[in-house]
Design a protein around this ligand. Structure first.
Ligand code: NAI
Length: 387
């Protein structure tokens, strides 16, 4: 089977997330890294792409040059990953979708709800995939949690508790460091800092696992480092369309916490607990029973979990493999479309533009709520509200 061609915008030398995408896209041999506009400095981007094996004529100086260069090629890229700073996602994603490319966009997909709705409309009108990289949903045991909820192991879900709390911006003396400061500056970060950066991962995870969307929320935002305009800590209560109650804590001042993404789901018949820093174990407690450890790779897991598991039980899998599962889903769906067949249903789990839009509605809803002493607000995008 020939490889699909993959291209990347952003993710240049020294970037945080670029290497994880390249590892993820390359893992299964489904994608060839064929083109890139990797850096905001054109010559640096061209040189870095070539150092990674991209042919000189496809190592572009900027994304517009890449769009023009790729659209006329017979072997144009099948998928473009957008891994640039947040404020550029909308413009770049929109342009590639409109030119007929499938896109995997980093989160947050857009800065506003209106832009999010526009991306959903364009993806629908063009029939192109617009995936959003909520990459932590790619973990095998996260997919197993979803399968357990869907097949009724927990009974009706009563409560979901999500956290994404780290301590890497806790040093008030370092708050003026330019690498940190922009994140809390509304001119560069938008309306929200910590909730838009990390909280939306946890909120999306809650929806992904429970198969319920967020309906309404109430938020309390705090700037624990006093010089900050935007929040570095948030507590968000939410209600889900299927009736589940949600609690979410996100923070960047939680000293001692590293990545700090956890999810707990409590139903009528049992509870689940998963921590991203130990992603190969899932803790399940049936009502009236003992805690059981479910190991990634063990026999008898769901097809969704099996599909997302690569190495034998007992050998740790981590974040680049979770990203690889998003790429594996996309490769399967793109290939199926080329071959005119129905994709494997277990691959139909990648997060998409609708999820990116829901996150943006939640961010703007949380900002509005926090500004009104935690008043409850509708967290659904206007286009998904009943007339
Ligand atoms: P970064 O600042 O470390 O790297 C950004 C890269 O994009 C740099 O190489 C820069 O030169 C390049 N760039 C900037 N503007 C560009 C343009 N117009 N055209 C081409 N390249 C351009 O940023 P980081 O931390 O890698 O974040 C990038 C995106 O990934 C952000 O939207 C962030 O929210 C997201 N992210 C997602 C994570 C996830 O778990 N899904 C984790 C970390 C970041």
């Amino acid at each position: 089977m020939s490889k699909l061609n993959w291209g990347m915008v952003g993710g240049g030398a020294g970037s945080q997330i670029g290497p994880a995408h390249r590892l993820g896209a390359g893992l299964d041999g489904a994608f060839a890294f064929a083109a890139g506009a990797l850096d905001h400095v054109p010559d640096a981007g061209r040189a870095y792409a070539q150092s990674l094996g991209v042919a000189p004529d496809r190592a572009y100086g900027d994304w517009r040059e890449m769009l023009e260069g790729e659209r006329v090629r017979d072997d144009r890229v099948d998928l473009v990953t957008v891994a640039t700073p947040n404020a550029t996602h909308y413009e770049i994603t929109k342009a590639f979708l409109e030119a007929g490319f499938h896109v995997l966009c980093e989160k947050p997909m857009t800065m506003t709800v209106e832009e999010g709705e526009e991306i959903v409309r364009i993806a629908s009108a063009t029939g192109r995939i617009c995936a959003v990289n909520y990459g932590y949903t790619g973990y095998s045991l996260v997919r197993h949690m979803r399968a357990m909820v869907a097949r009724g192991d927990l009974g009706r879900v009563r409560l979901v508790v999500a956290e994404f709390a780290h301590g890497h911006h806790a040093n008030a003396a370092d708050a003026d460091n330019p690498r940190v400061r922009w994140r809390y500056d509304p001119a560069q970060a938008g309306v929200s800092a910590q909730f838009a950066d990390c909280g939306i991962h946890a909120l999306h995870m809650a929806s992904f696992v429970t198969c319920q969307e967020v309906a309404s929320l109430s938020a309390d935002f705090a700037s624990c480092v006093e010089s900050r305009t935007l929040e570095d800590d948030a507590m968000v209560n939410f209600r889900m369309e299927g009736g589940a109650v949600g609690r979410l804590w996100t923070s960047s001042v939680a000293i001692g916490r590293q990545h700090g993404l956890t999810l707990q789901v409590f139903g009528e018949a049992g509870g689940l607990r998963w921590t991203q820093e130990q992603p190969n174990q899932l803790y399940w407690t049936p009502l009236g029973g003992r805690v059981q450890t479910i190991e990634r790779g063990e026999a008898g897991l769901s097809p969704e979990a099996d599909r997302a598991s690569r190495v034998t039980i007992g050998h740790a899998e981590g974040m680049p493999l979770a990203f690889a599962n998003i790429y594996a889903d996309l490769a399967e769906v793109i290939r199926a479309a080329k071959e005119g067949r129905v994709p494997d249903p277990a691959a139909d789990l990648y997060p998409r533009a609708e999820d990116g839009l829901r996150s943006m509605a939640a961010v703007h809803g949380a900002v509005a709520s926090a500004g009104r002493q935690g008043a409850w607000v509708d967290a659904r995008p206007p286009m998904f509200r009943a007339p």
